[in-house]
Ligand binder design. Structure first.
Ligand code: SF4
Length: 747
């Protein structure tokens, strides 16, 4: 391509897109695209500006710091632009180590798409023939939230092969399942309504860091007198900006919620009328909450929050309407459910607005996720019935993505009769499991297996491509067309293709369509176009959730208007207030279900659990997310790394814990447990409470400085699953810390 300087600049146009990153906000985006003409007459296009869509009622014209720099990522010189295969004899394993580039180029060589499809098709066919189709494992998650990119032809393809199904549990399943046990549907307070609250509780929610489009509504409420209280073990940006930060110990949120209920019931602050009309199990819950074990004093011992502060929180919460004329609202986020008892924590916390009846007022309730309000026809996109047309003739086995290490190193080895075959081929897309999956040493051991064939569809050489046999170039969201809902607001949107895919990047739809053809899958469903797929997912024939929520929402209208609000039922004032009346609940009883009552059980890996009893690993570890990365996405972009420089390579610890180990800021430390070790520099301060240490996610290949092996925080996390939803338990991790100089090389 000619350089930009040598080109003449022609017309510009502005294209409506949607940020597809895994974020509640699903921003409306405007991409300015300029036509360019090279001296030889060749025409091309380049995105020259990315900005928020000012007409979007929630995301209102601004982008977060991550995506404001997104063109750096789109046009990064490091983008993967061509299919590649591992060179004969090139060993699998870390490349580009310590952030130094170049070793990937030693390990891989460019091939054509035709060659890549041929190699993959041949290998998948021979693997299925020899070991059975379940020996093939797709591994994908929310690298894109676009409906087509997330799950469409790819699912049809793997279902039709009879490949193992992937249980996609790693992020939010525990909380999602838990919330639905109480409400029957994942729905909650609209972000716009937060402006009408008299008290905002951000519970495990770093709104200012990772849900930035809610922040203006919170600020609006504060300007009108609302207080913001943050409940979080870590002093996030949001906590630093709050009126009050309650530093809770990890995994004890359920106990805090029960203690709040205790105070509310003890002081007679519940909404008896609402409980009677809209819930079942209220008397059992009342009796349970009033037990002495849930008193603020007992909860203080467990949560680390003073009894007086718990009492004040509960009373402020329950009395907010009476005192201010406005309701209290809770923004509950996913952090609290990534613990062994995470499902119970979500159940307990999300019962609070039922007890005080705050759903009845605009600006009350709780927002956990609102994704359940979008009646997308995912079955039409994914076609699970194709499994019955596979060689298996039945539904394939299910492999939990939160146990990838076990899946690659244990599953099917000892007992194939019962478990099915070992995984022999893995197809990774929309994810970077070498960096983000728990129990990383086990995951990497599995990926190192010579007999595992691995394909990775990616935008960059990640930690996962280091183990790939074939690497395929993936587009950014500017380069594909898609349709999207949100889990933080109630607008459906279409994302138009702003620019042609760079290099030879292929969308998920194009990739799996071509691969299906190459493998001889003849069904017409493998030839559906993007527009047909969008039409299918918008055509729901399920019973309506609340009437015709998608009424009038068509592809054509979305293309014209960009975003359209869901048609939820409204009250006499024209407000959609979820769970304000019994009609909103989708539980079997048709009411908010308060039983079985939530029982607080400390995580095994916590200071109160059996895992701490021998004292070997006494510290609770928070493997934090970065504000300026999206899980592991952006961790290789220089500007994003700069924004995260403060906590690069550091372990944050409280002065008490540092003093007990004679450590000071800047000391090199070894953080370890029975699963692994990482090496960091101590940063002593009050970002975490005593007994808790924190480090943030980083790519393995940027973590391996000072001669130490490149692994990240997930070398310490486990494959233990949550109490509900079989999710990952990143925040139930015990470790010990010592000065790195004292380490034994074998540890
Ligand atoms: S990451 Fe979230 S806040 Fe940032 S642009 Fe994307 S959707 Fe918006």
């Amino acid at each position: 391509m000619a350089t930009a300087e040598a080109q003449t600049h022609g017309q510009t146009r502005v294209v409506h897109a949607v940020c597809s990153l895994d974020c509640p906000d699903s921003c409306g985006v405007l991409v300015t695209v300029e036509s360019l003409t090279a001296p030889d007459g060749m025409r091309s296009e380049r995105a020259t500006k990315i900005a928020g869509d000012p007409t979007h009622p929630v995301t209102r014209g601004f982008l977060c710091a991550k995506v404001a720099q997104y063109l750096d990522r789109v046009y990064s010189p490091d983008r993967l632009l061509y299919p590649m295969r591992r060179k004969p004899g090139a060993p699998k394993g870390p490349a580009g180590y310590g952030g130094k580039k170049g070793r990937e180029a030693d390990a891989f060589e460019r091939i054509t798409w035709n060659e890549a499809l041929g190699l993959i098709a041949e290998k998948l066919k021979s693997t299925a023939a020899e070991f059975g189709p379940e020996s093939i494992l797709p591994y994908s998650y929310a690298g894109t939230l676009g409906k087509l990119g997330f799950a469409s032809i790819d699912r049809r393809f793997f279902h039709r092969l009879g490949a193992s199904q992937l249980d996609r549990t790693i992020c939010s399943e525990a909380g999602g399942v838990a919330f639905k046990t109480v409400y029957g549907i994942k729905l909650g307070t609209k972000p716009e309504d937060f402006a009408h609250a008299g008290l905002v509780i951000a519970w495990g929610a770093n709104i200012h860091g990772t849900n930035v489009h809610l922040w203006p509504f919170v600020e609006e409420a504060r300007r009108k007198g609302a207080r913001l209280i943050v409940i979080d073990p870590y002093r996030t940006r949001t906590a630093a900006l709050a009126d009050e930060h309650l530093t809770i110990r990890p995994g004890t949120d359920g106990m805090l919620a029960l203690a709040m209920m205790h105070v509310i019931y003890r002081d007679g602050l519940e909404d008896a009328g609402y409980l009677r009309e809209c819930t079942v199990g209220a008397s059992e819950l009342r009796e349970h909450a009033l037990r002495r074990e849930h008193s603020p004093e007992r909860a203080a011992e467990i949560t680390g929050i003073a009894a007086e502060a718990i009492t004040r929180l509960a009373r402020d919460y329950a009395l907010c309407l009476k005192r201010t004329g406005k309701p209290a609202v809770i923004r509950l986020n996913y952090g609290i459910q990534r613990a062994e008892n995470g499902g119970t924590s979500v159940r307990a916390a999300c019962m609070l607005p039922l007890i005080i009846g705050s759903w009845k007022q605009k600006g009350g309730g709780v927002q956990f996720t609102v994704s359940g309000a979008f009646p997308f026809n995912t079955a039409a996109l994914e076609m699970p019935e194709l499994m019955r047309a596979s060689p298996l003739g039945r539904d394939a086995r299910i492999v939990n993505m939160s146990c990838l290490g076990q899946a690659l190193t244990e599953l099917g080895f000892a007992d194939p009769e019962r478990e099915g075959p070992p995984v022999k081929a893995m197809f990774v897309y929309n994810s970077n499991p070498a960096a983000i999956a728990p129990n990383q040493n086990s995951v990497l051991r599995g990926m190192m297996r010579d007999d595992l064939f691995m394909v990775v569809h990616e935008q960059f050489f990640t930690d996962t491509t280091d183990y790939a046999d074939i690497v395929l170039p993936a587009p950014t969201f500017l380069e594909v067309k898609d349709v999207q809902g949100a889990y933080g607001h109630l607008f459906a949107q279409v994302s138009n293709r702003a620019i042609a895919p760079l290099g030879e990047a292929w969308s998920n739809v194009r990739l799996f369509t071509a691969l299906a053809e190459r493998m001889g899958l003849m069904e017409a469903c493998f030839r559906d176009t993007e527009d047909q797929l969008i039409d299918q997912v918008l055509t729901t024939d399920d019973p309506p959730l609340f009437g015709p929520t998608f009424a009038g929402i068509t592809r054509e209208r979305l293309e014209r208007e960009g975003h359209i609000p869901l048609a939820l039922p409204v009250n006499a004032q024209g407000d959609a207030l979820p769970f304000s009346t019994a009609e909103w609940f989708r539980t079997p009883s048709g009411r908010g279900e308060l039983t079985p009552v939530p029982l607080f059980v400390p995580a095994t890996e916590s200071r109160l659990g059996a895992g701490a009893s021998d004292g070997k690993y006494p510290l609770e570890f928070l493997p934090r997310k970065a504000d300026n990365y999206m899980n592991s996405t952006f961790a290789n972009n220089p500007r994003h790394r700069k924004m995260e420089a403060r906590t690069a390579g550091v372990l944050e610890m409280h002065p008490t814990d540092a003093a007990a180990r004679a450590l000071a800021t800047g000391d090199e430390v070894e953080v370890f447990n029975g699963r692994g070790t990482i090496w960091l520099r101590a940063m002593v301060g009050e970002m975490v409470p005593p007994g808790v240490v924190a480090a943030r996610i980083e790519w393995n290949k940027f973590s391996g400085e000072n001669g130490h092996s490149g692994t990240n925080v997930n070398a310490l996390t486990s494959e233990t699953l949550t109490d509900m939803g079989r999710g990952a338990t990143f925040y139930s991790t015990l470790v010990e810390v010592r000065r790195a100089a004292e380490i034994s090389p074998q540890h």
